[in-house]
Ligand binder design. Structure first.
Ligand SMILES: Cc1cc2nc3c(=O)[nH]c(=O)nc-3n(C[C@H](O)[C@H](O)[C@H](O)COP(=O)(O)OP(=O)(O)OC[C@H]3O[C@@H](n4cnc5c(N)ncnc54)[C@H](O)[C@@H]3O)c2cc1C
Ligand code: FES
Ligand code: FES
Length: 467
């Protein structure tokens, strides 16, 4: 790790090398773009919800190759773009309108135009991935044109991929992210590449804050304007960026983006597939990490219930050494965890084996929110039931988010289920136990009563779907 702090970051924006200096590393990429005159990229919400600020980041995909990834520039701290290539709406016209832009013009996909650069950049990224569909703009909101014209633009480009300069650039070999030690406006940003360096930095700077995809912490940069004297980015740390699969288990590095997990593990854990599908939107999943979702310790984090139901185990590391901990023992209270000062989540391991004596496993997850994608859960639930030859329950995990101060398992009901047959009658009895298992809160999203009904009814839904 470089010992001397540098006062300048370099990155490539629209093919031009830019030198960034004298600004705090928590300044968002969106702020930087607009302050430097690249005002094509718009600010709508400033918190990752509307997609107006979408830009394309050239980054390694799950296949190890370079891809354009749609990301929300309002959440990305400027320190994180060091050494990276960014494309904004100003950079894709290349002498004439880009096919995506031309299609939006042709179909009248823009009225006030505020959302348009964001839609263009999401479509641009999907265009080169061959994934132009509704899902590629799930993180983009339009208030005035309506989505039909935008959909028509999408259909036009979906059928006309071209070989051009942007595609040619993707043929380059993806290089690993380099390390960064930056000091700007009295704040420091480190991007080490080794876990040992992260742990050393945490010892040197007890006030340091870890940052991964910044899709949670980014709100502090954009909305709350909080200053962080020392940020330690985990994005480039080799030991946190791996996925290891055997027939026995899957281990996922804490800094692996969720979109990589979606791509690489599809079909392995149905409950994980399902929850990732409903998790935020493409722009967020391209940056958000598993370690970040666990690290926030949010009671409405969507992956902890899935991981609790699968008995996931965490590997944690500090300068003192490594330890493993069942995820079930990690959450200690509202936004409180067992993580000790100087400790980092390294990985999360999920066993693929079913309980002894079991012949089949039923496992699924459910997310109830006000709208389909890009919404916070009212209640999230994940279930895992192992059955023996007589159809009796030999292993039960019922885990929930949004019902208590932490993601939590219904342990009493799990124990009650053991030895019972997997029948409608058992489910009805379990439902009455589930209704009193937790005391959820009433808030803007739903009443306590509604949540109690969901806790019980989602388990019945699971039974109906997996009899
Ligand atoms: C528009 C939008 C929609 C969202 N939708 C959802 C959703 O549907 N479901 C959901 O669950 N969440 C959602 N989120 C929240 C967020 O995207 C997730 O919690 C995400 O997984 C956070 O990961 P990150 O890498 O971005 O974390 P960061 O923001 O980088 O970090 C979050 C916290 O975790 C800590 N941390 C990160 N990595 C580690 C590590 N390895 N060890 C220890 N601590 C660590 C950081 O210090 C920080 O406190 C949404 C956010 C936005 C902006
Ligand atoms: S400004 Fe709305 S997502 Fe960034
Ligand atoms: S064109 Fe006005 S918000 Fe989409």
């Amino acid at each position: 790790m470089k010992q001397v702090l540098e006062s300048c970051l370099t990155a490539t924006i629209n093919g031009e090398t830019v030198r960034i200096q004298a600004i705090a590393p928590t300044t968002t990429l969106l702020e930087y773009l607009r302050q430097s005159g690249r005002v094509g990229t718009k600010e709508g919400c400033g918190d990752g919800d509307c997609g107006a600020c979408t830009v394309a980041l050239m980054a390694q995909g799950a296949d190890g190759k370079l891809h354009y990834q749609a990301v929300n520039s309002c959440l990305i701290p400027i320190g994180a773009i060091a050494g990276r290539h960014i494309l904004t709406v100003e950079g894709i016209a290349n002498g004439c309108l880009h096919p995506v832009q031309a299609a939006m013009v042709q179909t009248g996909g823009s009225q006030c135009g505020y959302c348009t650069p964001g839609f263009i950049m999401s479509l641009f990224a999907a265009y080169y991935d061959g994934t132009v569909n509704d899902a590629c703009v799930e993180g983009n909101l339009c208030r005035c044109t309506g989505y039909l014209a935008i959909r028509r633009a999408a259909s036009l480009v979906a059928s006309s991929p071209v070989q051009d300069v942007f595609r040619d650039r993707l043929a380059q070999t993806a290089t690993e992210l380099g390390e960064v030690s930056y000091d700007g406006a009295q704040s420091q940003f480190y991007r080490p590449t080794q876990l040992s360096e992260v742990l050393a930095l945490l010892q040197q700077h007890p006030n340091a804050t870890l940052v991964a995809g910044a899709t949670d912490l980014g709100l502090d940069f954009s909305h709350h304007r909080k200053s962080y004297p020392v940020l330690v980015s985990l994005e480039a740390v080799v030991e946190l960026n791996f996925m290891h699969q055997t027939t026995e288990a899957v281990e996922i590095g804490a800094a692996v983006p969720l979109s990589h997990i979606e791509d690489r593990l599809r079909g392995v854990f149905p409950s994980l597939d399902e929850m990732l599908y409903w998790f935020a939107a493409r722009q967020v999943r391209n940056r958000a990490t598993l370690g970040g979702n666990i690290g926030t310790a949010s009671p409405i984090g969507d992956l902890p219930p899935v991981l609790l139901a699968l008995d996931a185990e965490l590997k944690l590391a500090s300068a003192v050494g490594e330890r493993t901990l069942p995820l079930a023992n990690f959450f200690k209270g509202y936004r409180q965890t067992d993580l000790q000062p100087g400790e980092v989540i390294v990985s999360c391991k999920i066993a693929r084996t079913i309980a002894p004596g079991a012949v089949r496993r039923l496992s699924q997850s459910y997310k109830i929110g006000k709208r389909g994608t890009d919404d916070i859960s009212i209640v999230a639930a994940a279930f895992c039931i192992d059955l023996d030859e007589q159809n009796q329950i030999v292993h039960a995990r019922l885990a929930y988010g949004g019902v208590a101060a932490t993601p939590v398992r219904a342990i009493v009901v799990e124990q009650w289920l053991l030895g019972k047959p997997w029948t409608a009658e058992t489910i009805q009895q379990a439902k009455s136990h589930l209704k009193t298992a937790f005391t959820p809160l009433t808030d803007l999203r739903g009443s306590a009563e509604y949540r109690k009904l969901l806790i019980a009814n989602l388990f019945e839904k699971f039974f109906v779907e997996y009899p």
